[in-house]
Design a protein around this ligand. Structure first.
Ligand SMILES: [Zn+2]
Length: 225
């Protein structure tokens, strides 16, 4: 058996849908359907839109891409991010500014799947004629703990002053969109907007693959996110 068929056999034998774990390749039709973008506004410091709710099949599919290296899951997630960016972006040239991944997560994942996802979303937006570039203008300036398991206030404290921004030439003449995979409390977005502002840059909007469903509704009167 040649190398190609051997790899194919590995894929077929014991392969399961990343969304529901039923036998199949990559994603079954039902899970693929559940990943169709459904952009929704996210209460935040800037106009923000998420392509999907972070529930149901979205959670295991994002984890499959990020934590298990299942790169075949990238297209539907990039599509959701592109749809969110389309809704969030003002007219004219746009720069997508990714929230930086930590060095620890890049090491654990053997790369930067979220950064790659942002590039894939930008490529989709260019295909439909939008003037979009990805500009990694944000970076970590100190170590932060994993946000998972932290409460709203702790998340904010964990991230306060964690990012710095570089006013890159590629940003000139473009509206800035901060982009990330999941928005939970909005602490990461707030820190991104703060760091960009400190560098003299205005964040126009933000776009996410998915947003954690809110337990409280009520917009500005709800809990700080
Ligand atoms: Zn499925």
């Amino acid at each position: 058996m040649g190398a190609f068929w051997s790899a194919a056999a590995d894929l077929v034998t014991g392969a399961a849908c990343a969304g529901c774990d039923r036998p199949g390749l990559v994603l079954c039709d039902a899970c693929r359907h559940a990943l169709a973008p459904d952009p929704r506004p996210v209460p935040s410091v800037v106009p923000a839109v998420a392509g999907l709710g972070y529930d149901g099949v979205v959670r295991p599919v994002l984890a499959g891409l990020k934590e298990h290296g299942r790169w075949q899951l990238q297209p539907p997630l990039a599509h959701a991010l592109a749809a969110a960016a389309c809704v969030a972006a003002p007219d004219g040239p746009v720069a997508l500014v990714p929230v930086p991944s930590t060095r620890a997560s890049r090491r654990r994942r053997g790369g930067d799947p979220v950064g790659d996802l942002v590039e894939a979303a930008a490529a989709r937006l260019r295909v439909v004629g939008l003037d979009v570039v990805v500009v990694p203008a944000l970076r970590h300036v100190r170590r932060v703990d994993d946000q998972a398991g932290l409460g709203v206030q702790e998340r904010g404290e964990n991230l306060a002053g964690a990012f710095a921004a570089k006013p890159r030439r590629a940003l000139r003449g473009r509206s800035l969109l901060v982009v990330d995979d999941v928005v939970t409390t909005g602490a990461t977005l707030r820190e991104s907007v703060r760091a960009l502002r400190s560098a003299g840059l205005v964040t126009h909007a933000a776009a996410f693959v998915a947003a954690t469903p809110r337990r409280h509704s009520g917009g500005a009167s709800g809990p700080r996110s």
